[in-house]
Design a protein around this ligand. Structure first.
Ligand SMILES: C[S@@+](CC[C@H](N)C(=O)[O-])C[C@H]1O[C@@H](n2cnc3c(N)ncnc32)[C@H](O)[C@@H]1O
Length: 340
């Protein structure tokens, strides 16, 4: 799957947003013609999945036309919409279509404002209860500071009897991440994350990590023992989720058809999709030019001698923390090739 950035406009100002290179600097939206071009680029001749992201995708002035185009396209198996759901009432019918899945990014009332929170909650209610979308909606939370709030999302999850939730430890946009240690950020968020996970698991709700998973080396035996009791079959699922701390190119296509590997690496990975024959070749470009270096760079000295890094199980956090190191290695490799 790859995503189309429908618009740079957003109705919220999330304090942690990693799309900050684009969001609300201009209000550019992808034209319908370019939207179709991006969709065809992602699909090629195959059946596949498409993500719609932003900004806030529901702010696109021709959202109805765009989604109808995908709904009618027999090559589109599913459409995942990344949304804050505040504006969802405009498109209940389209969103309820069978092919659509929603990843609803739930911010706290303090972060999004009481009025927006009330609208998001009302829309979740309508879509889950009256439009029967529960199995196609995933609620998510961004753990972005050491005292992040979570009571509000636990209430939502309990209200709608969800047994899982998407959890993200936020990553920096690459410019601000260049001189930081991902390890320090993980350590800072850990106490609150653990308290949150205890609350979730007590209610039988499984946290499911997005990318930037918590490295296994920071989850010691006492942590494992603390959480083992939640798992009847003794298989520590939380631990298993953390074991494979890989990351792969997401590929977001922006309104002018510039692709980026992911928002965390937006400023160093821009490529016009028109320079590539198809999405697979663009993916290979990112794998070769960025991912090839991901296990041989560190943002923290603690990772240098790590077994999981050396055996390609852990990148030590999001690559956006390692942009400088990756760029240096890319440049060195280019120089070697140029000098024969
Ligand atoms: C940039 S938002 C745009 C779409 C929509 N407005 C929303 O809020 O979901 C897309 C996704 O990025 C995630 N996101 C935003 N900032 C992030 C960060 N700093 N680290 C990790 N994920 C982030 C959100 O959780 C959301 O699922």
């Amino acid at each position: 799957m790859a995503n189309i950035v429908m618009t740079n406009a957003c109705n919220l100002k999330c304090p942690y947003c990693f799309a900050n290179e684009f969001v609300n600097h201009d209000k550019d939206s992808i034209s319908f013609e370019m939207f179709k071009e991006a969709a065809e680029f992602i699909l090629g001749d195959n059946k596949g999945h498409i993500g719609l992201i932003g900004g806030e995708p529901l702010l696109h002035p021709e959202f109805k036309e765009c989604i109808s185009y995908l709904l009618d396209n027999r090559n589109v198996k599913s459409i995942t919409i990344y949304t804050n759901a505040v504006l969802a009432e405009k498109y209940y019918n389209e969103l309820a279509a069978e092919k659509v899945r929603l990843l609803i990014n739930c911010n706290s009332p303090a972060d999004m404002g009481d009025a927006a929170f009330a609208k998001m909650s009302a829309n979740i209610h309508e879509l889950v209860v009256n439009r029967h979308m529960k199995d196609r909606i995933t609620l998510g939370i961004n753990m972005y500071k050491a005292d992040f709030e979570y009571d509000y999302i636990v209430k939502l999850l309990l209200t709608y009897k969800y047994d899982h939730v998407r959890v993200s430890i936020t990553v920096p946009n690459c410019e601000e991440g260049k001189n930081r240690s991902a390890v320090d950020d993980f350590i800072a968020i850990k106490p609150r994350m653990k308290a949150f996970f205890h609350t979730l698991l007590k209610y039988g709700i499984q946290p499911r990590f997005d990318c930037n998973k918590f490295p296994v080396c920071l989850w010691d035996d006492s942590d494992k023992a603390e959480f083992a009791g939640y798992y009847v079959d003794k298989k520590d699922e939380l631990y298993m989720q953390m074991l494979n701390v890989e990351c792969n190119p997401v590929i977001d296509i922006t309104p002018d058809l510039t692709a980026i590997r992911c928002f965390g690496m937006s400023d160093c990975s821009k490529e016009s999709i028109r320079d590539y024959r198809n999405i697979e070749e663009l993916r290979h470009y990112y794998l070769n030019e960025f991912d090839a270096y991901k296990f041989n760079t560190v943002c923290d000295k603690k990772c240098v001698n790590c077994y999981n890094r050396k055996t390609m199980h852990c990148t030590g956090g999001c690559l956006s923390y390692k942009v400088s190191a990756i760029t240096e290695l890319r440049n060195a490799a280019a120089e070697l090739m140029n000098n024969g």
